[in-house]
Design a protein around this ligand. Structure first.
Ligand SMILES: *[C@@H]1O[C@H](CO)[C@@H](O)[C@H](O)[C@H]1NC(C)=O
Ligand SMILES: *[C@@H]1O[C@H](CO)[C@@H](O)[C@H](O)[C@H]1NC(C)=O
Ligand SMILES: *[C@@H]1O[C@H](CO)[C@@H](O)[C@H](O)[C@H]1NC(C)=O
Ligand SMILES: *[C@@H]1O[C@H](CO)[C@@H](O)[C@H](O)[C@H]1NC(C)=O
Length: 234
């Protein structure tokens, strides 16, 4: 009871002084350590005391996100780690934290050589330039597919993977004539298409799709142009 009243007086006293920017949410941002520091700075030992008591109630901060799994082969296991800061009770200093590391088991998701993306796709960039049909065959010889960018998540991952390369790549999508529908070898038949301005322009030989990884748009082009490509394992 007394402590609560004291706490109110001390904290409201401080909020009139230092935390003038608060619009009522400051309490969500501060932790015990902040109280301890504030108590020292404003020479209010009670604040420091309350901060120390809170540190004992919540001796550890929340865990960091897990690191990516170090196994990138489907069916194999690897490890991942996360860390958090905890009050170091063995230290005689007031404000000392120590780091705890947690090691977890995780399952690799992608075949050798392909990379797991943020959203969990297994992608492999091939910088050797091939025609559209050879790129398709190359991916298939590796047990994968020429990539069908059929979701906003995959679009984002391809964008990030190719960022800075300045490439246009072959992607899944062909049509029999310049007025036929686009057909995709796997995944959705309605991909996440963002055509470049004026595209598709339906040139009579423009029966294949490319992704231009500079402005991240789609073009219809001739399949007999040599380009790098991305394969996806599903
Ligand atoms: C008030 O709080 C909101 C969040 O709830 C934040 O977006 C805003 O920037 C705050 N304003 C000030 C002046 O701190
Ligand atoms: C603990 O980790 C934090 C951030 O990850 C770092 O700033 C700090 O120096 C580390 N402390 C120790 C004692 O290693
Ligand atoms: C894929 O991961 C490997 C390392 O495992 C890296 O060397 C390579 O640059 C990555 N490729 C892409 C396109 O991010
Ligand atoms: C090309 O054909 C599609 C329909 O298949 C149409 O939506 C588009 O406007 C056409 N492009 C041009 C430049 O005429």
């Amino acid at each position: 009871m007394n402590i609560l009243i004291f706490f109110y007086i001390v904290v409201s006293g401080v909020s009139c002084g230092l935390i003038t920017e608060s619009n009522g949410t400051a309490g969500e941002d501060i932790n015990a350590l902040t109280l301890v520091d504030l108590g020292k700075e404003t020479r209010k030992p009670l604040l420091t005391l309350i901060g120390l008591a809170l540190k004992n109630l919540h001796p550890c901060e929340v865990w960091s996100p897990w690191t990516p799994c170090d196994a990138n082969v489907r069916g194999y296991y690897g490890t991942r780690t996360r860390t958090r800061q905890c009050v170091d009770k063995s230290s005689s200093e007031i404000n000392t934290y120590k780091n705890e590391t947690d090691i977890g088991l995780c399952e690799g998701k992608c075949p050798p050589g392909s990379n797991i993306t943020t959203h969990g796709f297994c992608l492999k960039l091939h910088l050797n330039k091939l025609y559209h049909n050879s790129a398709e065959a190359f991916c298939e010889s590796e047990g994968s597919y020429l990539i069908n960018i059929d979701s906003a998540e995959k679009h984002e991952d391809v964008k990030n993977m190719l960022s800075g390369f300045g490439l246009s790549i072959h992607i899944d999508g062909r049509r029999a004539t310049s007025s036929s529908p686009w057909v995709y070898k796997y995944g959705s038949q309605q991909p996440f298409v963002t055509w470049a301005s004026g595209e598709p322009d339906n040139g009579s030989s423009e029966l294949c799709l490319i992704f231009y990884a500079v402005d991240n748009t789609w073009y219809d082009v001739s399949g007999t142009s040599s380009r790098p490509f991305v394969c996806e394992s599903i």
